[in-house]
Design a protein around this ligand. Structure first.
Ligand code: ADP
Ligand code: MG
Length: 471
């Protein structure tokens, strides 16, 4: 039964863990396999993630920090729809989980210990994560409107109806939906479900002749939160049902909140009349983050960690700034980067320095050491400021040379893993204290001088991605 249903949702084959283990052996060698990976037990697989168990927290952390990326890679090669791995611990009755990509949507399902129920009950889908609330949602100019609209519907039901939030992956949509659910669930019947799950339930209800129950269940909610509506691609009958549910709920004054990765009119495979219903309420987007928001998020998450007292991990301000300026793709990656650093600190009992951070986050940073050389940085910075390389490397201290020189030194520190003395040497044998001074000066100026800030971002793009036109 389950297989049939999953087939409908385009799952092709069941994972054979023996085969996966042999792939591990091949990839990691007998030693690592015997010491660590053999202990992994396969528990179950769901739409796009698998659940595995390991004996202890230590083994989990060890595997997470050293092998998880490769393990995920192997699993993806074996079965391409696997996006995440979740762990549970055998030695812990309160099941604990650690999740790749820092996507902890399902963490609570697992924390709630009812792993076997996940597939079976509406209630099990309807897990609202107490850790994603309005209080720990950091506001910036890119998400302010979405935050305010979400707050508004939580205080004043059906004021904006439906509320449609859209934005890129990992930008906080689920966090906001969860926050709304959290703040309304005491007094209302709240249903929080992803569009994928909605479809799954729909298909399942048809097969088990439980459509009446399905309809009743959804039409009885006061607050319906549907996450990632872009994944809704069901057949006519399902869209029909969705449309009717949707209308019935609006008619009786229930609040509907929908999230998606794109605006309503760009949704493919969804009926026009449903799209037009979405457009009929309030549509708000979450835009790309800016440095300030990223920094505030990193700060707030670091402070949270401090409060948790987790081994007094104290991520330095330099590292906080570095992550905030470099990890721009999504808030999920940003938080993920911080979590990686924390894992490192736990395992080695020390906070990594900047060079170590660059190594730990290498795959997220897009820094290719081969391409980014100090020489390359000097050339690009000279061209930008229209000075010659001789001038940059000379000992002259004219103002028009000092700033470009400091900028090149700063970028060398930020974009390569060269040590301070190495950088000093590349700038006509300057002392490492000069390097420190330059880095500090530019760092400080970036805060107040917006033009310089933009110039440096442009230079960085040029150095890292060879984007000529930006300058
Ligand atoms: P989306 O649903 O848009 O893909 P999520 O809501 O899952 O993104 O957010 C990804 C991660 O980033 C989550 O851990 C979430 O808690 C965190 N996050 C996103 N936006 C913020 C924010 N403004 N403040 C604090 N954490 C955030
Ligand atoms: Mg989401």
């Amino acid at each position: 039964m389950k297989n049939n249903l999953q087939n409908n949702l385009s799952i092709e084959k069941k994972i054979d863990w023996k085969i996966v283990q042999s792939l591990f052996k091949e990839k990691f060698g007998q030693d690592i396999f015997e010491s660590w990976l053999k202990k992994i037990k396969f528990i179950d697989e769901f739409n796009n993630y698998i659940l595995i168990s390991v004996p202890t927290r230590f083994i989990r952390d060890w595997i997470t920090s050293r092998y998880l990326d490769q393990i995920l890679q192997i699993l993806k090669e074996y079965k391409k729809n696997i996006m995440r791995i979740e762990f549970i611990l055998e030695d812990n009755n309160n099941l604990n989980s650690s999740i790749t990509e820092n996507n902890d949507e399902h963490k609570n399902e697992i924390l709630n210990n009812n792993v076997s129920f996940i597939k079976d009950s509406y209630l099990q889908y309807n897990r609202i994560d107490p850790n994603k609330n309005f209080d720990n949602f950091v506001i910036g100019s890119s998400n302010k409107l979405a935050y305010e609209a979400s707050k508004k519907v939580s205080q004043d039901i059906a004021h904006y109806n439906p509320l449609y939030l859209f934005g890129g992956v990992g930008m906080g949509k689920t966090h906001l939906l969860n926050s709304i659910g959290l703040s309304l669930k005491e007094k209302n019947k709240v249903m929080f479900i992803s569009a994928e799950r909605f479809m799954y339930q729909f298909v399942k209800s048809i097969k088990s002749n439980e459509m009446v129950k399905f309809k009743e269940y959804f039409r009885n909610t006061d607050i319906l939160l549907i996450d990632d509506i872009q994944f809704m691609n069901g057949k006519e009958a399902m869209q029909e049902e969705f449309f009717h549910t949707f209308n019935a709920l609006l008619d009786k004054g229930s609040q509907i909140i929908v999230s998606a990765d794109r605006p309503p009119n760009k949704l493919s495979r969804i009926q026009e009349r449903i799209k037009s219903r979405f457009s009929g309420g309030l549509v708000v987007d979450i835009q790309d983050t800016d440095y300030e928001l990223r920094y505030n998020i990193i700060k707030s998450k670091s402070d949270e960690l401090k409060l948790l007292g987790s081994n007094e991990i104290n991520i330095t301000e330099e590292i906080q700034k570095f992550i905030s300026s470099e990890i721009r793709t999504s808030i999920r990656e940003l938080v993920g980067a911080l979590n990686r650093i924390v894992s490192f600190s736990r395992i080695y009992n020390k906070v990594p320095n900047l060079s170590e951070v660059k190594v730990i986050l290498k795959d997220l940073l897009n820094l290719s050491e081969k391409k980014v050389t100090i020489d390359n940085i000097q050339t690009i910075v000279c061209k930008f400021f229209k000075i010659s390389k001789n001038e940059m490397l000379s000992s002259r201290r004219s103002r028009y040379l000092v700033r470009p020189r400091q900028t090149a030194i700063y970028l060398s520190k930020m974009l390569t893993s060269k040590s301070l003395p190495e950088i000093g040497r590349a700038f006509s044998n300057r002392d490492h204290t000069t390097v420190i001074h330059s880095v500090k000066t530019i760092d400080k100026l970036r805060k107040d001088d917006n033009e310089l800030n933009i110039n440096i971002d442009n230079l960085k793009n040029k150095i890292l991605y060879n984007q000529e036109n930006e300058i």
